[in-house]
Design a protein. Sequence first.
Length: 906
Amino acid sequence: MTAEAPLPPQYDPTGLESALYEEWERRGIFRPGSDDPEHSPTGAPGRPYVIMMPPPNVTAQLHMGHGLNNSIQDVLVRFERMRGRDALWLPGTDHAGIATQNVVEKLVAREGKTRFDLGRDAFVRRVWSYVGETGDAILQQLRAIGSSCDWERSYFTLDDDLSVAVREVFVSLFEKGLVYRGKYIINWCPRCLTALSNEEAEKEETEGKLWHLRYPLEDGGHITVATTRPETILGDTAIAVHPEDPRYAGQVRHYAVLPLVGRRIPIVADEAVDPAFGSGAVKVTPAHDPTDFEIGRRHHLEQLDVMTPDARMNDNVPERFRGLDRFEARKRVLAEFEALGLLEKVESHRHGVGHCYRCDTVIEPRLSDQWFVKMKPLAEPALAAYRDGRIRFIPEHRGVEYAQWMEGIRDWCISRQLWWGHRIPVWYCDAPGCGKTIASRTDLAACPACRGPLRQDEDVLDTWFSSQLVPFSSLGWPEQTADLARFYPGDTLVTAPEILFFWVARMIMAGLEFMKQVPFATVYLHGTVRDTQHRKMSKSLGNGIDPLDVVRLYGADALRYTVVSGLSVGNDLILDPGDLEASFAPGRNFANKLWNVGRFILSNLDGPVRPLAGEYKNVIRKGELTLADRWIISRCEQTVREATAAYERFRLNDAALAVHRFLWSDLADWYLEVIKPRLYGDQTGGDVARAVVTQTFEVALRLLHPVMPFITETLWRRLPGRSVEESISVAPWPGSDRRAGDPEAERQFAALQELVGALRSIRAEYGVRPGHTVRATIALPGPLTRAVIQAERATVRSLAKVSSLQVLDRHADHAETTANAVLPDGTAVSVPLGDLVDLEKECARLQSEADRLSGAIRGQESKLGNEQFVAKAPTDVVVREREKLAAWREQAGVLAEKRRRLGCAV
RNA sequence: GGGCGAAUAGCUCAGCGGUUCAGAGCGCCUGCCUUACACGCAGGAUGUCGGGGGUUCGAAUCCCUCUUCGCCCACCA
């Protein structure tokens, strides 16, 4: 589209947005740096402003969660970029170990194979090729919503340089003794066949059962234990009771016989047992439960693993149970207990059951060799950074969660039994007499100690181990690059609360450990996108919204405005996947409105346009401004202040709504209507109106640009004095100008709106045909109304379609029947409408008005009659309340007189 | 079991340093294709601000309590 082409009446973002985006990208507008003069009018680069994008999974398709998350980031980055900061929004993708491996395993499964059929190398090659095909698709999709990232710095967490960082961190932690290997109970996903961290095992409240089961005692009688997982009975190696529980005091150190198995198991005393729960006696399965594991260690119990990696019973159980799935085994065990008369009772029992965060399979606590990070030493500085304010959260209360988590932090299991990811840089020497374990920054071929052959650890690292390093690894660390020096630490991190612990907390710890500085100062946690039933949008529920559909239908600006204006700090975003039109109407409507405001203004700048150089003061000084001009300039100034403050405080919805109100309610609904006669006529006033409307509109476009980048850029470039060579993206942020504020103009214009509104109401009430003009009488005008009529008589006439406007200093006498209104300042407005007016109806209308008013007056009188109020309330409040009462009385008096004159029954 | 939010028009939400605070958008009703926009214009209706107590001259706004939703953490099997 050329600058000269006329704009179509309906905004059509198709084509326009993508063309503009390509141009921005081509011109390097999203890249920080002083080499491009466009970025830095002064020649010097601004202070950096850095946001690290939460890297989407490399296989991800854009969903509304991304749409929300990235819209917010883009608003912030664009805002700071316009404020002169050297802005870097750094994108990337995450290799997403489990998620990606699962996707490719499914593809392989379609060929009837498993990853084991392919073998490790071939499988990993397969994943790389898949990632090569589909990877980065999401980054392309992010462009469609206008994300102003620096794509040239984009990274992938498995890139060579980021892998170097991962190794450096692992080995460095290993050397510090903060990474260790050990055999512990970890969360195991029997479907993904890997260990998970505590965070990756999502607890779900489940209505389960608690089975009370009897174990015969060697000495006769029995002891009852309660369990939620009867299948683990087969791995029991003890029973535990509380040391001070009198019920079992005599049984400690005696033995029970494990039913179904016949194993002789000791009864031990341990503090971990809660005597108040169940029977007070616990079955102990050290290989299948973390608490039991600890008990087992204290009492040197055998750790009997009874399950295979995919959660079937293994050869350590009696033959009839072998090969059974854990839940089948559970049924079988219970049936046998029941048959033996050893099932005492069954209770229903709510408890938390862990589920794999990737495939939702029930987690099985499993004893295995894994790598861990010792977290306490890392958590302490991270907690301190929050406590002393180096890190702040929005909303604030999220910080409490962060602190609680940090305080109760547990060691982090980082090894995964996967093939897709950073292989653990540890080598084992199996040579007899050597047996070294070596963590190395470089690949090793032979044992440095004995020159014997080495074997690398088979496992890979948790995905989050690499993504926690992104704030510095993406900038080249451990190399001391220029980017690292310039862009670390960053400023703001924007993400969903779900990954506060997965990612945010760990970035803070890693940043402090390796860079000695927090990676960002502010963590903005936004809500979740949900449907109208408040369910989280998800692929499986089929209640998702594809942001690209929205972009196609209504444009990225509409999407962004809807999302941003609908955001309230700390709350979720509710959208209706069944009705995109309704969901995105606010954005679509506003985009179209804005488009037409622009069209109107531009079309009225035809012909000689007064040069617009300079600020308002140039025009203001001329003394040519009308009341309406002063008013809109004052409103504009107010909007600059409000929007700027709102953006600064992350109140993006307030910022968007402030500009919306200015553009739609003030500029379009009032100011444009007011100046139409001036624009169409050829008075000198037309020039001033053109200047004022152009300047205020231009300011509003800049204020709105962070939220609606495309449409604002398109319109902005067409304004006088601008050109397609420029970009609003790097235009300076509007400054506040105190001289533009004009409270008197705002008060007077409000009176004008009151007067016009009253006349319009009367017209609507009596069904005056829209094209028809009426005569109006303004009697006993209050000071504001008087000033308005003096200043904007023609405006009142045109807006209310009044042919003659008579002003009287006394009550009007009309030959004709009139419709009436009394304004807040006591002005009596009457419109002679002859037969249109039903006198009875008019009297009733005025009566209800009078009733409302007298009610308010009574309330006000009792308030002011209350000595306590007058004595205790602040003086200015009392004064204001008195003035209010006086005005209402005045209004009521005029109203009463009006009714008397109309001959209304009292 | 701990900790933390939220309950305001039909819907989604503002308003919460106390006294023009009862608002916005969407939806709804009436009338209008008024030469920027019907994705619009003008005019309307709608809420005992979750229930109950309390503090105060005055409370959606502060305190207590109850109810209902939601979130985070937690080795009661």
